[in-house]
Every structure is written in structure tokens, then in C-alpha cells.
Ligand binder design. Structure first.
Ligand code: CA
Length: 225
């Protein structure tokens, strides 16, 4: 079955460029320029994935994303003009599956579309979650039957990230989660805990990259391994 991508973009040149690349990659396309036209089209065409620009005439991408999430789990990739904006969007918990910053290479967009589609298609069939067992009382995590020997902080990070596979969290969100008493810790602290956690995971299962870093943004748990 051919996947249909809905491109929501009000810059005609960019919309054309994206459409050409996605068509070449083998997808069917629908394009919309005005934010007000998105929801009716989503309901009618039920696309496999939506590339959603943030700044649009009619209605902005944030509101559109929230409204779509009230009735559909269709994968959404948000497209923004500023990398700083991604942090703010993450904080709003809109439910988007990925974020892309302009300017982008169309090739990169096609790669992200593929990855998100693969992830959403595999979500049900994934086996790794059942191979990762978390004992919340003892802070004990086992992967493929072997104890990961995590510290409490590492366990909490793994437990939090794995509760929402595919969802990207920035460092501040992780810090709030791990240090709710607002202790002063630097971004680096989270990075080094994640680094140790990944090392322990790969020590047990070298092929498994359960925790992936999202460049310039943060981390996510990938259940499709
Ligand atoms: Ca725009």
C-alpha cells in the first residue's frame, strides 16, 4: 500500500520542492496552504503522515496539531523556522512525533518521514519492550534477562523515557523529572547519566540502541529494535 503524505506549507516553492522529493520517494501527496483546510482534509483523506509547518495563514501549526490529536494518532512532523522553537514546542506537549528545522534538505525530510512511518508501523509489533523489564520497587532493570545494574538516576531516566516510546524529551524536561526538588544541576549532568545508561545497555546488548539522541534537542526511547 502506498503511504499518503499531507504537506501543510504556505510557501509555494517549498511545498513544491517537498512534494517533488516525496513523490520521487514513492509517496502519494496532498498539499495544503491554509491552516483552516487541514482538519477537514485529515478527516477526509486519512493521510499516513502529516508534515506540518508551524506558521500558517488561517490557523497555526500548534493548534492544528492539538486538534488532530483529539481524534487521531496519525504521525505528525512539525516544521519550524527556528531551532530554539523546538524546545518551546516540546514543553507544550503537542504530541508531534518529530521536529524539523528550516532550512532543511529535502533528502533529510524524506529520511525522517521514512523513519517516523517505520516507527509508527512497527509500534505494535515491537518485541524489545517485553525484553526490557523494569522493577520500579527495586530500581532494577533487566534486558534480555540480564541485570543492567543501573543507578537510581539511570533507572529513573530509562523508566521515564521508555514509558513514551518515540517521544522526544529535552534536557530540561528530563531534569525536572529526575530532580523535582529543583536542585541545581547542569545540562551536562543529564548527558553523562544518559551516556552511562547507554553504555550499560550496549554492554548487555551491543546491537540495541534503546536511547537515541536527537540532535540539538534531546533524547528519545526507540522501541523498534
Ligand atoms: Ca509558513
Amino acid at each position: 500500500m502506498i503511504d499518503t503524505i499531507l504537506v501543510v506549507e504556505d510557501e509555494p516553492k517549498l511545498a513544491r520542492l517537498l512534494s517533488n522529493y516525496l513523490r520521487q520517494a514513492g509517496y502519494d501527496l496532498h498539499c495544503v496552504e491554509n491552516g483552516l483546510d487541514v482538519l477537514p482534509l485529515v478527516r477526509e483523506k486519512m493521510p499516513s503522515l502529516i508534515l506540518l509547518d508551524l506558521m500558517l495563514p488561517g490557523k497555526n501549526g500548534m493548534d492544528i496539531c492539538k486538534e488532530i490529536r483529539s481524534f487521531s494518532t496519525v504521525p505528525i512532523i512539525m516544521v519550524t523556522a527556528r531551532i530554539e522553537e523546538i524546545d518551546r514546542l516540546l514543553g507544550l506537549e503537542l504530541g508531534a512525533d518529530d521536529y524539523i528545522c528550516k532550512p532543511f534538505s529535502p533528502r533529510e525530510v524524506v529520511a525522517r518521514v521514512r523513519a517516523v512511518l517505520r516507527r509508527s508501523g512497527n509500534q505494535q509489533q515491537s518485541g524489545v519492550v517485553s525484553l526490557l523489564l523494569l522493577d520500579e520497587e527495586r530500581f532494577q532493570a533487566t534486558l534480555h534477562g540480564r541485570d543492567l545494574e543501573l543507578t537510581v538516576v539511570e533507572f529513573q531516566l530509562l523508566s521515564f523515557l521508555s514509558a513514551n516510546p518515540g517521544r522526544i524529551y529535552n534536557r530540561n524536561q528530563l531534569m525536572d523529572r529526575i530532580y523535582p526538588d529543583q536542585r541545581v544541576v547542569s545540562d551536562r549532568t543529564i548527558d553523562s547519566h544518559i551516556k552511562n545508561l547507554r553504555k550499560k545497555i550496549s554492554g548487555v546488548s551491543p546491537e540495541t540502541e534503546l536511547i537515541q539522541s536527537v540532535y540539538g534537542v534531546g533524547y528519545k526511547f526507540d522501541a523498534n529494535q
